[in-house]
Design a protein around this ligand. Structure first.
Ligand code: GCU
Length: 587
């Protein structure tokens, strides 16, 4: 099973009564999972680390002790916190304690914004749940497991890559393991507002529709929606399952990149009020065009990994997101591809505020185990957790179901399942994927991957000038597409070591990278059905596949900005292109 004891995801935890469990956790590095299996490889019953046992007499044998073990900072990957963990792939046990004064008729949930890759969660020695997937949130109810006074939270995190995983064994990014995102204890009323959705009802933007899902014993009760600035206050009755629907006339200022208008929205029931800030906009495609609020847009974008700016490790804080999206804005982008996995929730919330459009993606990447039903269930689950979490974010316009997956019958069936799944979860956004193209004759690249027939927007990665010929090869290439749909070139790029200068044909130099961008941009300008670009990539990022000494040193150097935050020449080539597009667009 990919998720044991899974409880439905709680929406918008940042606004709820909570206790942050972030901080220094005691940890035990456990490469043989000795705290989970006994010497016969059977589940531990008396010596599991999750029991947090202490010796009770001088003869008692206990071969672990969290409280004398080293700590790790949470949130944060373990790879960047200790040199000996830089390449570590395996299990690390985390332990923290928290004090409680239990109140009647309150419910408590432990919530993880993300843990890479597989987590098992124990409260006071009891398994409360497990989760697979390194980049999506999960929560478990612990009301019956906690007590007044001190409580013990222990989490087993295992970041080993696996053939049947999502992603699978090979990725071009670092396998940062651990409790990489925030951990909270949520304190909610006995019946609470667990989830909600609110968006424009139609293309003509004169109504909003939505729903609220309650959770608890008193489900059939009144639910009120207020949007004070839009003079909206409406109350409806939730049904016996706690589900309440809204359909309200509205006269709203629409959210857009230039004016990212967010409305204060309040949902309330007896004993609880949840606030959020939501933007309202329309989104559709028409032939090759992408229409935002009925106006065709060109997505001036950049791809982004969650690589911490100017330091080692996974980007984890809102400050990291502010730095990274700030650098993207210096490029004059209006669009960011959050590659190749769900980024932290605060990134989409920040993009809402900044007026940036987002491509969100699940890590169905390269050679996934297409025939494995567990793998499909895992991918669907990660997709659902992403959509449930970010469905109220105006900035998110594209759900991507994968990246560079090789065409084949099993893959086509798998991806068709994902497209159907995401459309069932959310019919208001565009569905895409980063496909590959094929050369049909010298100089002609054709995009006709059968998956494209199921997508709204066709993404396509190409590396003319880096993996495919030299920079000027782009001059003699034209693109064709089998689809009357918008095209986003979702990757192109080249490596450059910041500060390495040479002529424009010396690989790894800043000049070579800039040369690739110059020829690529001239080619892109010749594609009439192109509606967006997300060059690879904003910043250098760690990859185990990039060992070249003195150049890569386990960094993928395709960043326009170095790992130290320094802008390379190609940064300014792309910026100049986007400034030309802005000027042209404004006429
Ligand atoms: C691929 C892949 C990226 C990878 C990039 C590269 O297109 O999608 O994840 O990092 O190429 O080779 O740098």
């Amino acid at each position: 099973m990919i998720n044991t004891l899974k409880t439905p995801l709680i929406q918008n935890v940042g606004t709820r009564r909570s206790l942050s469990l972030n901080g220094a956790f005691r940890t035990i590095v456990d490469p043989y999972e000795n705290g989970y299996y006994d010497y016969r490889y059977q589940l531990q019953t008396s010596e599991g680390y999750f029991q947090n046992r202490k010796p009770t007499s001088k003869t008692d044998r206990v071969e672990y002790d969290f409280d004398r073990s080293e700590t790790l900072r949470v949130p944060g990957d373990w790879n960047s916190q200790r040199d000996e963990l830089f390449f570590y792939e395996g299990t690390i046990w985390y332990k923290t304690t928290f004090e409680l004064e239990l109140e009647p008729s309150r419910r408590l949930f432990v919530y993880f914004a993300g843990a890479n890759y597989e987590a098992k969660v124990y409260v006071n020695g009891v398994l409360v749940g497990g989760h697979v997937g390194g980049f999506t949130p999960f929560n478990f109810e612990v009301t019956d497991q906690v007590r007044s006074g001190e409580n013990v939270l222990i989490v087993k995190v295992d970041n080993r890559r696996r053939r049947e995983g999502v992603p699978t064994l090979n990725t071009d990014w670092w396998n940062y393991g651990g409790l990489t995102r925030d951990v909270w204890l949520l304190d909610v009323p006995a019946t609470f507002i667990r989830d909600y959705s609110l968006k424009l009802a139609s293309r003509d933007a004169d109504r909003i529709t939505g729903w609220v899902q309650l959770d608890g014993a008193e489900l059939a009760q009144r639910v009120t929606l207020r949007i004070p600035e839009a003079a909206i206050e409406v109350t409806t009755e939730a049904d016996a399952q706690g589900f309440a629907k809204f359909d309200v006339p509205a006269s709203l200022e629409l959210w857009c990149c230039e004016r990212p208008k967010l409305y204060a929205v309040e949902f309330s029931i007896q004993g609880e009020r949840i606030e959020d800030r939501i933007g309202f906009r329309t989104l559709e495609t028409r032939g090759h065009d992408i229409l935002l609020n009925g106006v065709s847009v060109f997505l001036r974008g950049i791809s982004l990994h969650e690589q911490a700016p100017r330091r080692e490790g996974r980007a984890v804080t809102r400050g990291d997101a502010e730095t990274l999206l700030g650098w993207a804005q210096e490029l004059d982008v209006n669009f960011v591809r959050l590659a190749h996995y769900p980024h932290h929730e605060h990134t989409a919330r920040l993009a809402d505020e900044l007026g940036l459009l987002l491509w969100a993606e699940i890590p169905v990447y390269w050679t996934i185990d297409w025939e494995n039903p567990e793998t499909l269930a895992n991918a669907k689950n990660q997709l659902e957790e992403l959509v449930v979490r970010d469905k109220n974010r105006a900035s998110v316009v594209i759900w991507s179901v994968g990246n560079e997956t090789p065409i084949g019958d099993a893959r086509n069936r798998f991806m068709a399942e994902l497209v159907a799944s995401v459309r069932a979860l959310d019919d208001s956004r565009l569905v895409s994927a980063a496909l590959e193209r094929r050369q049909v004759e010298p100089g002609i690249e054709l995009i006709d991957d059968p998956l494209g027939a199921l997508l709204d927007v066709v993404g396509c990665n190409e590396y003319l000038g880096w993996y495919d010929g030299l920079p000027d090869k782009a001059d003699s290439v034209s693109f064709q597409t089998a689809y009357d749909k918008p095209l986003v070139i979702s990757e192109f790029g080249a490596d450059a070591l910041y500060g390495y200068h040479a002529d424009a044909l010396t690989r790894w130099s800043e000049e070579y990278q800039a040369n690739v961008y110059t020829h690529q941009i001239a080619m892109l300008e010749r594609i009439p059905f192109l509606r967006g670009v997300t060059p690879w990539i904003l910043t250098d990022f760690r990859s185990p596949r990039r060992p070249l000494p003195q150049i890569q040193d386990f960094w993928n150097r395709k960043g326009l900005i170095s790992d130290a935050g320094q802008k390379k020449q190609a940064f300014f080539v792309l910026k100049e292109y986007y400034q030309r597009l802005i000027a042209r667009f404004r006429g």
